[in-house]
Design a binder for this molecule. Sequence first.
Ligand code: FAD
Length: 471
Amino acid sequence: MSDEMHFQAVVVGAGPGGYVAAIRLAQLGVKTAIIERKNLGGVCLNIGCIPSKALIEASKRYAFLGDDAAQMGIQTSGATVDFPAMQTWKQSVVHKLTQGVGALLKGNGVTILEGDARLEGPGRLQVKLNDGTPALVTADHIVLATGSRPIEIPGFPFDSDHVLSSTGALALQKIPKRMVVIGGGYIGLEMGGVYARLGSKVTVVEMASQILPGMPRDLVQPVSRTLIKRGAEVITDARAQGFSRSRAVSKVTIELKDGSTREITADAILVTVGRRPNTERLGLESVGISTDERGFIPVDAQCRTTTPGLYAIGDIVGDPMLAHKASKEGEVVAEVIAGLPSAMDVTAIPAVVFSEPEIATVGLSEEAAKSAGYTPVTGKFPFAANGRALTTGKSEGFTRVIRDADTDLVLGVEIVGPGASDLIAEAALALEMTATAEDIGLTVHAHPTLAEVVMEASHASRGHAVHAMPK
Ligand code: FAD
């Protein structure tokens, strides 16, 4: 391979931001290369969204055998978990998808370079290829999409088998008897939920006054209740101080709100306190870019940095740090580079917690709507009044539609309950199309489906849900 290469566009990082940008660039006729130092698919496909959802699904099915199956007349005595086999299956899902990304990139004519890239002035990247050779890659446009990594906290340095990041928790080969999860955000709850369903005694330690800080409390309550039903303990207003270890067992010390301390025994400690952008070793100083105080790269709605020809997308540009946000920015940046009018808008970006039950939101909460100057009116509809939910044996939770009293525009939708992750798509479309609550209510939803709750909650926000008792 030549040690100097030129492309119209080069994307650094092949996560859901980078690989989507590269494919879209190629579709638009731009000669493109993508540089990835590890695995195509990035965090999301390899050590994030996909493997976590595989384990979540498998553990939920196992838990179903223990609770709802008997109620439905299905007798399942003696069901056991072969955890290494579950992990092998999870890995096979990851493999299929990452292979698919490789095939799509090649099929679209994108050049894939395996190596670590660093900026060396505008339009120039010094690449240490994985075979050890250095290469200089130049480009008219460079898109940075280098993602993020888990944050370590003092006193809990990650290792491979005991103090785990999400990556370590996804790779365990044995189900720990006792697991302490430090940080009750979505990743901690998703992974903690997996191990609780598989039989671990899970303790979640959260510094804020509730798990999933920032979310409306009534959305979070069904998740707390289910965790407790699964034998987990949720401790809020508590700070993990450190741990001592004897052989494979640790005692984690936590400080409670009243200043007292408590020790919790654990065979594994999972630390999920947030993620940090990978921006330190990118050579940003060589192009005159400074990150903000959290390490994010400031960009405009076209994903442009302040350096001409240099763009940034995905987790490195900040919240929401989600795969579909990264992918949308990937599309936007490709279109901007190709000269098309395109811009990023996070108004209709949904967020999902794959907890039990799932939580999904899009748009503004009632509080946020008030702060933004709207006069919000809400309508709530419970899954317990939805026929389809009852037939699945899962009917906990509700859907809330938040609309503007003056214009009837849908401002936000919040769902906690079965199928929330899929149901939120309709709400995202409503926000994207600036639909009114009446629009959703007028849309005929097939019966019996979970989606009827979105229609009913829209009616409820206008005062006339058919399947709810009048107030
Ligand atoms: P990444 O996916 O982080 O990819 C960046 C890539 O850049 C990596 O492959 C990295 O190796 C490469 N790279 C970095 N530096 C260099 C360099 N100098 N040279 C070459 N290559 C480089 N999001 C959701 O939307 N839904 C979910 O359900 C979800 N679940 C998650 C579960 C877990 C356990 C975790 C950890 C994350 C989850 N996320 C989820 C978040 C999601 O994974 C990220 O938001 C998403 O991967 C960000 O995409 P990205 O393209 O910005 O970067």
